[in-house]
Each structure stands twice: as C-alpha cells, then as structure tokens.
Design a protein around this ligand. Structure first.
Ligand SMILES: NC(=O)c1ccc[n+]([C@@H]2O[C@H](COP(=O)([O-])OP(=O)(O)OC[C@H]3O[C@@H](n4cnc5c(N)ncnc54)[C@H](OP(=O)(O)O)[C@@H]3O)[C@@H](O)[C@H]2O)c1
Length: 193
C-alpha cells in the first residue's frame, strides 16, 4: 500500500499515482513471488490496474477480484491476458458476458467473506496472497485479523484530501528508502518473538 505524506491512499473517483518508478518495480517483484493477488471491486473499476508482473523476472500471480454486485465488465484492463483471473460472485440470475478464456467466474456467497475466498484459494494450492488495496479491502483484512505482513510506502506527495490510509500497523520490522518513497515493513504481532 502506498500513501501520501498526509495519509491518503487515493481519491474517491480517479486513480492517483503516488509511487515512484523504483517502487513500482518492487511491487512487481512482490507480485512475482506470490500465488495470487487481490483487489477490491472499486480499485478494479477506478484504477483499472493490470495486476501483472511486467517489471521483474518471474511469473504472473492469479488475479482475484470480488464482484458481488456484478459491476465488472470484460473491457477492464484487469481481464487482459496473460494472467489468469478469478471473478468472485454470489449466485445470481445474470447471463454472464463473454469473458475471455483466462477468466473464471467463481461462485461464493458474500456472507463467507474473505475467509471463503482464502479457503477456495488454499484448495487450489494458492497459499500466498498479495492484497493491493484499496482501503476497504485492506481494512477488512485488518478487522478480520487475516493479515501476516504489510508493506507500506509513504511517498513525497500531498493529496490534501481523499481516502484515508488504513491504520493500525505498529512497530515496523524494517525500514528503507527508495528515492522519494519511504518503506516500512510490518509483521503481524503473532509472529513477534
Ligand atoms: N495507494 C495504494 O496503494 C492504493 C492501492 C489500491 C487502491 N487504491 C485506491 O483505493 C481506492 C479504492 O478503495 P476503496 O476503499 O474505495 O475500495 P476497494 O477496497 O478497492 O473496494 C471495496 C469494494 O470491494 C468489494 N468487496 C467485496 N468483497 C469484499 C470484502 N470481503 N471486503 C471488502 N470489500 C469487498 C465491495 O464492493 P461491493 O459493496 O460492491 O460488494 C467494496 O465496496 C481507489 O481510489 C484506488 O485508487 C490505492
């Protein structure tokens, strides 16, 4: 997660680029090392990320996007190849649009929440998951205490207003600076000795 120096992760209605090029490469390196990557529905719609690993060696993780209100459409960048994508939906009467062959619609009831998605991933052998926002999604992982590590960069930008960055990460294990971005790496307290 990247945040502005005054504590915002983005705007309500449009994408804001907060991180520098070196940090982007680091994010792609992280992507190359996980089995799957998850974003909230609003991030998929507003940012139109591709969520692929284009700036580092290695694989593309499986992309996971919940879409319980059927707002996603095949034209979004997140569905472009070559990475595989799961759309998570509840049961509905909708006639599915013509998704490309790298897209799988997975039916899970919304009441199952994040835990149901994690269980489904584990059953498919996907045991490492990178959550790339937005705030609502990250806060859900915090509230349900389902996170292991957090990597947060504070950039040199000021937004003045926007979506507040999730809080609650304390006592970082590591700290480093990449040009204009300052990184803190947190581990869940359950792992602290
Ligand atoms: N700076 C960064 O690192 C960074 C990274 C990513 C995104 N962003 C920014 O974050 C903003 C979007 O954040 P956001 O908080 O508005 O939305 P979000 O977290 O991207 O998406 C939230 C939506 O995801 C859906 N969802 C489905 N299952 C969920 C679950 N179990 N837990 C939580 N959400 C679930 C819900 O939609 P339904 O109500 O329709 O079910 C919810 O409203 C954008 O402006 C984007 O630019 C910043």
């Amino acid at each position: 997660m990247a945040k502005s120096r005054d504590g915002f992760i983005g705007r309500e209605d449009r994408q804001v680029i907060l991180s520098n090029a070196a940090s982007w490469r680091l994010v792609h390196r992280l992507r190359s090392r996980v089995d799957a990557i998850l974003v909230g529905t609003r991030t998929a719609l507003i940012d139109e990320p591709r969520l692929t690993n284009r700036l580092f060696w290695g694989k593309n993780p499986l992309r996971i996007i919940p879409d319980y209100h059927c707002r996603l459409h095949p034209g979004l960048a997140i569905f472009a190849g070559p990475a595989q994508t799961w759309i998570i939906r509840g049961r509905n009467e909708l006639i599915e649009p013509d998704w490309s062959e790298n897209v799988t619609v997975v039916t899970l009831e919304k009441e199952g929440g994040i835990q149901a998605i994690l269980t489904k991933l584990a059953a498919a052998g996907k045991t490492s998951l990178l959550v790339e926002g937005g705030a609502t999604m990250v806060n859900t992982f915090l509230q349900e205490d389902l996170w292991d590590e957090a990597i947060i960069s504070t950039t040199d930008q000021y937004l003045g207003t926007g979506i507040p960055a999730p809080t609650g990460f304390i006592d970082p294990e590591d700290h480093f600076i990449l040009h204009t971005d300052e990184f803190h790496w947190f581990r869940h307290p359950r792992y602290k000795t």
